[in-house]
Design a protein around this ligand. Structure first.
Ligand SMILES: O=C[C@H](O)[C@H](O)[C@H](O)COP(=O)(O)O
Length: 299
């Protein structure tokens, strides 16, 4: 009789969950690309993380199938993102090499959590500063994720807000975050804790700051208090407060307006996606879209 190791069952079910999640990401990537990638685009933004790999695969497939002469330049959001672009045989261009005034046609990126108003938490993989630069330089930011990221409020399942900080300011930033009600903000360590804190593409640290689940704009309109009383914040207020702390480079909350809204007002890109594609465990893809030109309506 074969004797299975004590951990064989959890390992098997863990492997099955991993497959489900990977397949969910892949299907979401294909759908997002089919609806938002225009092969005649000049510049396209590519985010960071594991999901974006499927997006780039899908882009590559579209280019191959339509036999298109590929003149597109892809703007990465960090080292890993650039490698994904290069490995796919696509052409990267640095963000600061973009001609002045030029907007990206679209920026695709993942997220750690997305709420029902399309606010996002990003930075779980330590990339958020360049991601925000690229998202706000795009006519539209399109988010691609799996079903675990789809929540009605941020900080429901994802535990903390990633914040990129100057190393020498980390301790004072942590003190300021505690004063905002974060119970245990921490500098994120690298894989080998003894090697010290993880470093971002900017050579900065990430501080992960837990807070209570964040109120949306509609919660505030409906009378809920997001001013930080009893540690309850609404997303925009918390994001502004954290951004004002000296030593903070950027906050992993993508809030405010999306590209449709900013352009309707004569501006450029926005932090929020115009749509989020969630690959579901049953193989379907759920899409949450902002209606072009409107502010908070989600279709
Ligand atoms: O820091 C990393 C980025 O914000 C990622 O886009 C985010 O963490 C989602 O990554 P993944 O696609 O691996 O879930």
């Amino acid at each position: 009789m074969e004797i299975l190791p004590a951990n064989s069952r959890p390992t098997t079910s863990r492997a099955m969950t991993t497959n489900l999640v990977e397949e969910a990401k892949r299907l979401a990537g294909i759908r997002a690309v089919s609806e938002h990638f225009d092969p005649s685009a000049r510049y396209v933004g590519i985010g960071s993380g594991t999901t974006i790999i499927y997006v780039v695969e899908a882009i590559k497939e579209v280019i191959k199938q339509r036999n298109i002469t590929n003149n597109i330049q892809f703007v990465p959001t960090g080292y890993q993102s650039r490698q994904v672009i290069v490995d796919a045989g696509l052409t990267p261009i640095a963000f600061d090499s973009l001609p002045d005034g030029v907007m990206l046609e679209v920026a695709f990126d993942g997220a750690d959590e997305v709420d029902e108003e399309l606010n996002c938490i990003k930075g779980g993989g330590a990339c958020l500063f360049q991601e925000k630069l690229v998202a706000t330089r795009a006519k539209k930011f399109v988010c691609v994720a799996d079903y675990r990221k789809n929540q009605s409020r941020l900080l429901t399942s994802w535990p903390s807000v990633p914040i990129e900080v100057a190393p020498m300011a980390a301790r004072t930033v942590i003190t300021a975050l505690r004063a905002l009600g974060s119970p245990a903000p921490k500098v994120r360590s690298g894989i080998l804790a003894k090697a010290g804190p993880l470093k971002t593409d900017q050579d900065f640290f990430i501080v992960d700051a837990p807070f209570k689940p964040l109120l949306t704009a509609s919660d505030v309109r409906n009378g809920q208090d997001g001013s930080g009383k009893d540690g309850v914040w609404d997303i925009e207020t918390l994001c502004q407060k954290i951004k004002m702390i000296s030593g903070v480079l950027e906050v992993g909350l993508f809030v405010g307006k999306n590209g449709y809204e900013t352009q309707a007002e004569g501006g450029q890109g926005g932090q929020k996606p115009v749509a989020a594609y969630f690959g579901m465990a049953d193989g379907s893809v759920e899409v949450r879209r902002a209606r072009p030109g409107t502010s908070l309506d989600i279709v």
